[in-house]
Design a binder for this molecule. Structure first.
Ligand code: FMN
Length: 215
């Protein structure tokens, strides 16, 4: 039976009135939305979702509004040996750019995709289309990324949406198998939370919401 993380109290718990679905117990949607926050990468430990659970998370990630049904995204899984090798190649790119890297910097680059047990690269394949504005496709990719994060949190995992230089570097993108006309929406670091993060101040609705016609 799976558990959910309660970020308000910091305890692993089973919901007193869980939403039962087949053999799973999942956090209720309102609690998920009101308590999710990014977990710093060093606090993301093994295990990460894998197998059927990861498949479910990816399917839920793609369950987003998508004008024209273009599915303008794809996912790259960085884990294990593949993630290690990718880090070494990216460190080489950084070294070609900047000259010999210091030990700490080299190690940072080499371990870029092994800092968490799973990193999901979300790639936008949005492009000009005769009917569907590219902007709307990009929004759908962002929605898929957020769904991915929520789907992970719903199962008790922590997640963090990161880009950093490798998302914007053409050579790094090529090494990761990302085409020149594709964009990185983000790298979502996922793992089991070892330390509960404190929250940050959240935007107030008074600063961001207006009533139409009230002015
Ligand atoms: C597209 C995108 C890219 C981001 N890239 C980074 C990044 O490279 N480094 C970073 O520290 N935070 C990055 N963030 C911010 C974190 O994902 C996160 O939102 C932030 O730490 C605040 O945490 P919260 O999710 O709890 O509000 C990015 C966010 C978005 C939406």
């Amino acid at each position: 039976m799976r558990t959910a993380l309660d970020f308000t109290s910091g305890t692993i718990y089973l919901r007193p009135q869980p939403i039962a679905f087949e053999d799973s117990v999942v956090i209720d949607a309102q609690t998920l939305l009101s308590t999710r926050r990014s977990v710093p990468i060093p606090a993301l430990r093994a295990p990460a979702p894998e197998g059927a659970e990861l498949d479910d998370i990816l399917v839920e990630a793609m369950r987003v509004p998508d004008h024209g049904k273009l599915a303008p995204w794809r996912f790259i899984l960085f884990r294990g040996d593949g993630a290690r090798k990718m880090g070494q190649k990216l460190a080489d790119v950084a070294e070609r750019r900047e000259g010999t890297l210091g030990e700490g910097r080299r190690a940072y680059e080499e371990t870029r995709f092994t800092r968490a047990p799973l990193v999901v690269g979300v790639v936008s394949t949005a492009k000009p289309h005769f009917k569907i504005p590219e902007w709307e496709q990009v929004l759908s990719v962002g929605a898929a990324t957020m769904n991915l994060i929520h789907a992970a949190h719903a199962r008790g995992y922590g997640a963090n949406w990161i880009t950093e230089w490798v998302a914007y570097d053409d050579d790094a993108k090529a090494i990761m198998g990302i085409k020149a006309d594709e964009k990185v929406a983000g790298f979502v670091y996922i793992g089991t939370v070892s330390e509960r993060p404190s929250d940050r101040p959240r935007p107030a609705i008074t600063d961001h919401v207006v009533e139409a016609g009230a002015a």
